[in-house]
Design a protein around this ligand. Structure first.
Ligand code: V47
Ligand code: SF4
Length: 399
């Protein structure tokens, strides 16, 4: 595998442009936006995989990360009506929704007392009663209860809304959020930054520029965050490149992003259900191009509850070096949107086996990518009988 790029560099049948891009990737020269577009329009799967794998191995070797986390989703009611969202129930359809009180959310946190989880991922719909005061109090209570639990909470969508309501600037607001105990920001709410797409799929919520500005301010406070891109709906390839270019530029400035997470649009029960989902081939290409394009991001994550565990495993050969976490069946976003993962939960052993089966090195990390446990050489008895996820039938899946 490691020498495959040399074959590309000398392949006389490869178009000149493709060989030039391969040469840039090999020498570590940044590819341009037009190169990126060329890869989307003309890049063949094996070629893209070879380049992405080269970048992945140069950055991370065989290391493949996961963490032990759980999600708290305060509510699935939301004042916004993003057309791709299967999760949100409008306030008028309240019977299908939930809205936890502060005590109920604390009870969810307490459920994990004594368990070796390192992160809580807290994100949900946007509702007026969850205002700045409410969230600051919630973060303080979580930190007071379990100081070592990393709080990865809320996206610029919520922050923009609650700061505006409280009449505080982004700068002041993010300082308050940091002081209340939030450790990092998840990557959600990014969707597609370009206004012509964003207005159609996520009208009314924070703009692409506002999303980027809130992350920038957070990074300036010395903090880290993630970034996502929702792909495979109405956007064109140039929108994906534009999205990644904006992230690449901000990362050059702040170096605050840890990982990029492409999110495949799933089409069950939302206003875009008439759109077909893109193929697995398209998924592999998209991840590979992300890995090649975002040369200043250390990590590329496949969020397995959304993409499915079989594809996630395959993606470890297309640039991905992170599979997110054990999750413990605590998120509803993707099962409601049609992912084959109806009850997303994997044990540590499941994740370790999934990574090993494709020849990679499993490493449990914390949210900031400090090594919690390197599983190299650690044996599990049941490994001998493990048949692998690629042999499992897809349940309720649409691809
Ligand atoms: O912003 C909503 C996406 C995101 C659908 O930072 C959908 O570690 C596909 O950002 N089809 C929230 N995607 C989830 C998120 C995330 C997940 C895991 C890890 C991290 C991290 C962040 O989910 C939303 C939106 O882009 N989403 N509906 C759908 N139908
Ligand atoms: Fe609300 Fe988020 Fe769904 Fe948009 S994606 S409707 S902001 S929950």
């Amino acid at each position: 595998m490691k020498n495959d790029i040399h074959i590309l560099l000398t392949d006389k049948d490869l178009p000149e442009r493709a060989r030039q891009i391969a040469q840039k990737v090999y020498t570590g020269e940044r590819i341009t936006e037009t190169d990126g577009l060329y890869l989307f329009e003309h890049g063949e799967l094996g070629y893209l995989g070879t380049l992405a794998n080269f970048v992945r191995e140069r950055k991370q070797g065989d290391n493949t990360y996961f963490n032990k986390n759980f999600h708290v989703e305060p509510t699935n009611l939301c004042v916004y009506t993003c057309t791709f969202c299967s999760y949100s129930r409008l306030i008028k359809q309240k019977q299908e929704g939930w809205a936890y009180t502060m005590d109920e959310m604390m009870a969810l946190i307490h459920k994990y007392d004594g368990q070796p989880v390192t992160e809580v991922h807290l994100v949900g719909g946007v509702l007026p009663q969850y205002d700045l005061k409410f969230y600051l109090e919630l973060f303080r209570r979580i930190k007071a209860h379990r100081p070592e639990l990393h709080i990865k909470a809320l996206t610029p969508v919520e922050y923009h809304y609650i700061f505006k309501k409280a009449k505080v600037s982004y700068e002041k607001g993010m300082e308050m959020v940091k002081a209340s105990g939030v450790d990092s920001l998840p990557g959600g709410g990014a969707e597609i930054f370009a206004a012509d797409v964003r207005d159609q799929i996520a009208g009314g919520k924070c703009s692409g520029e506002q999303w980027l500005r809130i992350h920038e301010i957070w990074h300036e406070l010395g903090m880290r965050s993630n970034a996502t891109m929702l792909y495979g709906h109405i956007e064109k390839y140039h929108h994906r490149i534009d999205h990644m270019e904006k992230l690449r530029q901000l990362q050059d400035k702040t170096h605050g992003f840890q990982t990029f997470i492409p999110l495949k649009f799933r089409n069950k029960d939302n206003q875009l259900s008439h759109l077909p989902e893109v193929s697995t081939i398209e998924d592999l290409k998209n991840y590979a191009i992300s890995r090649i394009y975002l040369d200043n991001f250390d990590h590329l994550k496949a969020y397995w509850p959304m993409i499915g565990r079989a594809t996630a495993q395959l993606l470890l050969a297309f640039g991905v070096d992170d599979l997110d976490g054990t999750i413990d069946d605590t998120t509803k976003i993707y099962s409601m949107a049609g992912s084959e993962e109806q009850n997303p939960s994997l044990s540590t052993q499941d994740l370790v086996r999934m990574i090993r089966q494709v020849g990679r090195r499993p490493i449990e990390r914390d949210t900031l990518y400090n090594v919690v446990k390197d599983f190299e050489g650690v044996e599990f008895e049941e490994d001998k009988t493990f048949r692998g996820y690629l042999e499992l039938p897809v349940v309720n899946g649409s691809n």
